[in-house]
Every structure is written in C-alpha cells, then in structure tokens.
Design a protein around this ligand. Structure first.
Ligand SMILES: NC(=O)C1=CN([C@@H]2O[C@H](COP(=O)(O)OP(=O)(O)OC[C@H]3O[C@@H](n4cnc5c(N)ncnc54)[C@H](O)[C@@H]3O)[C@@H](O)[C@H]2O)C=CC1
Ligand SMILES: O=C(CO)COP(=O)(O)O
Length: 346
C-alpha cells in the first residue's frame, strides 16, 4: 500500500488530522481551495486562520490542485463542512483512485435531503456506502494539534477499511477504536452539536451546572431515541461518538457550537453570532435536520425542537426553557430507546 494520504480541506479539523498523519510519517497532501493558505502551509508550516499560533509538521504538503493531492493516495480523508460535502465530492469523483479508501470526519447532514454524509459521498463518487469510513469522537482540533491525548472511533460497514483507517491514525497521543455501527457513529457525532448549542445557551442565560447536566442527559436520551429509530445501535450512544463527544462539545470553550449557544443565550442575534465565529457551526443546520427527523419518524426531540424555535422562529430562549420544564410528567424509562443490544443484533 502506498504511504500517500490526501486530506480535503484545510480548515481546523482537516489540518489537525493531516498533522496526525504527518506525525505518523505518512506522505500527507492537504488540498485547499485557497492558494494563499497553500503557500502559508508549505512555506511557514502554519495555518494561522484556523489554528493560530500552532506549528504544523514540515512534512505536510499543501496543494490547490485536488488531482495532485489525490493521485496515488491509498486513502482520502474528507473534513469538509457538511454544507460543502457534495460539492467537494463532485470534484473528487474526477480524480479519485479506484482502490483508495475514503474516510470522512464531518459532523452534520445535508439539510435539503436529510442524508448522512456517507450517503452523500457514496452517491457522488459512486462507491458502496458501506465501504466508507467515518471518523468521530471527542476531539477538538485545538487539542489534537497540541498532541493532547485523544480517543476517537472509526466506523464502517467494511471492517478491513476501518482497520486500515485505525492503522493510519493511531499513535501515542491519538488512540483509535473501530466500530461497525456507521449509522450510529454518524448520527451521534452530528446530533450532539444541537445539545452543545443548548448547553452554551444555558450558560449564556446564567443557569448552573444542574441545567447543564439535565441538558446532557436528556439530550443523550433524545439523540439515542431518534438514532435507534434510524437504525443505530443504542450502545453506540454510550461510546466515544455518543456520550464522549457530547460531554466534550457541551462543556468545552473550544467548541464553536457551545460558544455560539453562549452568545445566543446572552441575547445576541443569530446572524451576528455566526459572522463573529468565522468557522463552521454545524449545530445550526443540524437543528433544522433534527426538527425534520422528529416529524418524519414521529420521535419526540423536545430539546432540538425548542432550539429550532429559538434559532429559526425568534422564540426567546427563556420561553424555550419554560416549555421544556413544563412538559407533562413522565417516567424516565418510557423516554429511553427500547431496543437492547440483543434485539439490535437479531
Ligand atoms: N474543528 C474541530 O475541532 C472538529 C471539527 N469537526 C467537523 O469537521 C467539519 C469541518 O469543520 P472545521 O474544519 O472545524 O471547519 P472550519 O470552519 O475550521 O474550516 C472549514 C474549511 O472548509 C473550507 N470550505 C468551506 N466550503 C468549501 C467548499 N465549498 N470547497 C472547499 N473548501 C470549502 C473552508 O475554506 C475551510 O478551510 C465539520 O463538520 C465539523 O463538525 C469534527 C471534529 C472536530
Ligand atoms: O466535534 C467537535 C469536537 O469533537 C468540535 O465541535 P465544535 O464544532 O462545536 O467545535
């Protein structure tokens, strides 16, 4: 197998993951649509817009020519925002090698079609969806680039492809587990961003740790409910892509979703919040998708639904909290996904 790996695109996550691969002495070629960014990565070994103050491996090569990045690569890692995935894959289709494995690290949905990222990729590059690998888990780019200990999961319907991805990324500070529940890992990674927005909003409103714990726990319950309905293994939500990523995103100041939620909780309007971020905040689009999933599958997602009203219908966040707290009394167990591990396996 060639030791060349291509990474598409050079945002925070693509750059941090490319740096892990370069640390593993692979021949890493990162593609960016920005010639200025390519020049900066190649000459100064930095990506100051997305990872300010951090030095990148001098072995990392950048190019604005996707064909050059992808030709001869054993693996292609895509870390594009969900909104750009289809467009990036349309370009990739024209140059990808037949036998290179495709890994994606994007946490979101195509909002118009409600498709998962592996579906979008497989449609565009004409590959079987089960051959795609998704990389997810609690992993802020800002900490991965500093080589802080990090654990992630790679999931695929093709165990061999998942193991290849595991081998490519695994090192002393980046530990990789495999999982065969690609649907669950994709859903968990995307949906936790909604709860992180809510947790930020709760903090911005001045609420305390009780409210945050409630959001995380009840958030995980609704993510698991919809996930199981959409074909996921319920245990995936107890793993790195589920509770692991939920905790890190809903409690870390590195999180763009938490930060956006915090500003919204402080009363700033959505357009002002988004223009001040300068980076992708996937949870906004994902809230729209979750609202549609909740209707489509008839699954209650009270937190996502209230966030939808706040984000897109100008509901006051305090009214959203009142609506959540004032719902009909329930038993806790009736709100949990019913399938067990054994049922999922039959
Ligand atoms: N930053 C992080 O710590 C992590 C991010 N992710 C996920 O990775 C994905 C990407 O996020 P980030 O890298 O953080 O975003 P970012 O905002 O840091 O960078 C986005 C990059 O995408 C490029 N881009 C946007 N539209 C494009 C297009 N049409 N064609 C080519 N390039 C385009 C931008 O130029 C920029 O380089 C998201 O789904 C995010 O949820 C997942 C785990 C960690
Ligand atoms: O998914 C992430 C960490 O695992 C990154 O979250 P944010 O997009 O909120 O920064």
């Amino acid at each position: 197998m060639s030791d060349k790996v291509a990474v598409l695109v050079a945002g925070s996550w693509g750059t941090a993951l490319a740096n892990v691969l370069a640390a593993n002495e692979l021949d890493v070629h990162i593609w960016s649509r920005s010639p200025e960014q390519v020049l900066e990565i190649n000459e100064q070994h930095t990506n100051s817009r997305y990872l300010p103050g951090m030095a990148l491996s001098s072995h990392l090569k950048a190019t604005a020519d996707m064909k050059e990045a992808v030709t001869g690569a054993a693996a292609v890692l895509i870390a594009a925002p969900s909104s750009a995935m289809r467009e990036v894959c349309r370009q990739l289709k024209t140059c990808i090698e037949e036998d290179s494995i495709v890994i994606h690290a994007t946490k979101g949905f195509e909002t118009e079609s409600l498709k998962r990222m592996s579906t979008v990729i497989s449609e565009e590059i004409s590959r079987n969806e089960s051959s795609i690998v998704v990389l997810s888990g609690p992993s802020h780019a800002e900490e991965v680039i500093r080589q802080c200990p990090t654990t992630v999961v790679v999931a695929s319907g093709d165990q061999k492809a998942a193991e290849t991805a595991q081998d490519l990324f695994m090192n002393a500070y980046f530990r990789v587990y495999t999982n065969r529940d690609m649907i669950g890992v994709e859903l968990a990674g995307a949906l936790k961003n909604i709860i992180a927005l809510g947790a930020g909003m709760s903090d911005g409103l001045g609420f305390g740790d009780n409210a945050k714990a409630a959001l995380l726990t009840r958030g995980l319950a609704e993510i698991s409910r919809i996930g199981v309905e959409m074909g996921a293994n319920p245990l995936t939500f107890a793993g790195l892509a589920g509770v692991g990523d939920l905790v890190v995103t809903a409690t870390s100041k590195h999180s763009r979703n938490w930060r956006a939620g915090f500003m919204l909780g402080e009363g700033k309007p959505l357009d002002e919040v988004l223009s001040s971020m300068g980076m992708v905040v996937e949870g906004i689009r994902t809230t729209k998708a979750a609202y549609a999933f909740s209707e489509k599958f008839g699954v209650q997602m009270p937190i996502a639904n209230q966030l939808y009203h706040v984000l897109f219908e100008q509901r006051d966040p305090r009214n959203a909290v009142e609506a959540l707290m004032g719902r009909n009394p329930k038993t806790e167990m009736e709100t949990m996904p019913l399938q067990t591990w054994e049922q999922w396996h039959t």
